[in-house]
Design a binder for this molecule. Structure first.
Ligand code: PMP
Length: 302
């Protein structure tokens, strides 16, 4: 496995392309010590970044939630992402912008810290053969819960929020599962460690209200795709016991795309027609070259 800090190519750092191996920050950075960092994960399909505007807007919103402003405009950040993808000649890949507070202040307060921004991109071809994907993944409910909105900045894609995600995913993997289901502070179904969740119950799709976790860009795309097929989508609070009533379960996320789930704890599901339809529609949507309008619309208040 090639380490991510030891690769050929160029990255974007604070306004210009730099050699990949030279894209460094000092150990004494506020972002590292106090988790004042926000990031994005974007996918490149056929050389185009899917929903780039929505991702850049979310990055900027995430920063504001953590009480800092990005030192670049949305346009400049879009250009930086496209520049990195073009420089690396990526056709199908992943883009990772990240913004963090620098080294100017080393305490809890960091009002005058300089804000840094970098963008990296790497090849990431389609992961699973379509048949393998339809087998579904196995999940286990985590003991870790998504915090309430007055406990953590739950609507930002903040690095610090991934601490419990990593713990949950490690525990699930150690027990032989692919991912963890996280309940929220009320004990309701929330999401996976890096993807939103949908249940198919008697022909309708049910998904939790994103009131204490990320309202994913893929989530909104998939809701729009389902509605375009006249499939009802109900956003509501979902009790874990309701997993017993679901025939199909799926995860959505930039990295996960539409991933069928075959098992959560004692519940089993068989990826069926609705899952297959959404997998196919999402694959078509991300590769549509004539996409003029975004399905996710303008950024929500979240
Ligand atoms: N929840 C979490 C915790 C995530 O990390 C992600 C991936 N960004 C998502 C949901 C899905 O968001 P999106 O569809 O915008 O990638």
């Amino acid at each position: 496995m090639t380490s991510f800090d030891d690769r050929d190519g160029m990255m974007w750092l604070d306004g210009k392309l730099v050699e990949w191996r030279d894209a460094k920050l000092h150990v004494l950075s506020h972002g590292l010590h106090y988790a004042s960092a926000v990031f994005e994960g974007e996918r490149v399909y056929g050389g185009h970044i899917f929903e780039l505007d929505a991702h850049t807007e979310r990055l900027s919103r995430s920063a504001r939630i953590l009480d800092f402003e990005l030192p670049f405009s949305l346009d400049e950040i879009n250009k930086a992402c496209n520049e990195v993808v073009a420089a690396a000649g990526i056709t199908d890949g992943y883009v990772r912008p990240i913004a963090w507070r620098g080294s100017d202040m080393m305490g809890v307060s960091a009002q005058q810290s300089q804000i840094h921004l970098s963008v990296a991109a790497w090849e990431w071809p389609a992961y699973f053969a379509p048949e393998a994907r339809m087998m579904g993944i196995r999940m286990q409910t985590s003991k870790w819960r998504r915090p309430s909105p007055d406990t953590a900045p739950v609507h930002s894609k903040a690095a610090g929020l991934y601490m419990t995600g990593t713990l949950a995913k490690h525990a699930a993997e150690s027990a032989g599962y692919a991912d963890a289901l996280m309940l929220d502070y009320r004990g309701l179904v929330s999401e996976g460690t890096g993807a939103n969740i949908f249940l198919v119950i008697d022909g309708k799709i049910h998904t939790p209200i994103p009131d204490c976790f990320l309202d994913g860009i893929t989530r909104r795309t998939v809701i729009a795709l389902a509605r375009a097929r006249d499939i009802d989508v109900v956003e509501r609070h979902i009790e874990p016991g309701e997993l017993a009533n679901a025939q199909e379960v799926l995860l959505t996320g930039t990295a996960a795309e539409v991933t069928p789930v075959s098992e959560i704890d004692e519940h089993t599901f068989v990826p069926g027609l609705i899952t297959q339809q959404l997998v196919d529609d999402y694959d078509a949507e991300v590769r549509r070259r004539d996409r003029k309008t975004t399905l996710v619309g303008t950024s929500s208040a979240l």
